[in-house]
Design a protein. Structure first.
Length: 237
């Protein structure tokens, strides 16, 4: 987004590239919170997260950047000890103490608590309005379709139909998680392509009377589509 379109107090979707710019990759954290935010940003590479903008830096001598707050959940807690508690533990009272660890419930399951991280200096161009749809690029679509055809090779119509039903169920399950999870939303695009390809193969077999699936006999597949499209790209073909 352009810096002039970004409003403080608003929440945006941040699309982090796989390779961070040197200005972020090589900077030295000033304190523990900055270090945690930088580590979190490295975990976000190639993914998305929501950021509530707290400040916009439009430049002009450098590309515009934003600061903001990411809301997340954690089971890590820190409990400072009172002087009385330190005394009961037999600890010297000339310093302060803090217990750090995981918060668990009575069943031993981690308890998720809300927390925040402050990010600084993120490129404004990484931001998109919430709800901006993402799409698979044509090469990825071609690859996932090829992978389904590879799995389907040698399968009977009955097995193809069963695989299509399983792909449909996987797409529906992923769609439910994708309502509030960016990672699941990304996977949903793949699941949808896979489901559609299984169903297309099922229809092609019914149309041709094919008893075992063979991509070379698929009327909708050209000779150019019989090989791995990513391998072809790497080989420069």
């Amino acid at each position: 987004m352009r810096a002039r379109e970004i409003r403080t107090g608003e929440t945006y979707m941040v699309c982090v590239p796989q390779r961070l710019p040197r200005s972020l990759r090589d900077r030295l954290p000033r304190d523990r919170e900055t270090f945690a935010a930088d580590m979190r940003l490295h975990l976000h590479r190639g993914k998305r997260f929501d950021l509530t903008v707290t400040d916009v830096h439009p430049g002009p001598s450098a590309p515009p950047t934003v600061d903001g707050i990411e809301t997340l959940k954690t089971s890590n807690v820190a409990l400072p000890l009172t002087s009385e508690q330190a005394g009961l533990l037999g600890l010297p009272l000339d310093t302060t103490y803090e217990i750090q660890g995981l918060l668990r419930d009575a069943d031993g399951e981690p308890v998720q608590l809300p927390t925040t991280l402050t990010h600084t200096g993120l490129p404004a161009r990484w931001l998109l309005p919430l709800g901006t749809p993402t799409v698979l690029d044509p090469l990825s679509i071609a690859y996932y379709r090829f992978r389904v055809r590879e799995q389907a090779t040698g399968m009977t119509p009955e097995a193809i139909s069963e695989a299509g039903a399983e792909a449909q169920e996987s797409e529906r399950e992923t769609a439910g998680r994708a309502l509030d999870n960016y990672d699941a939303e990304d996977i949903l695009h793949t699941r949808r392509v896979e489901h559609q390809e299984w169903r297309r193969i099922e229809a092609a077999m019914a149309q041709t009377g094919m008893r075992m699936y063979d991509p070379s006999g698929d009327p909708e597949i050209s000779e150019n589509e019989l090989s791995n499209p990513i391998r072809k790209r790497l080989d420069g073909k």
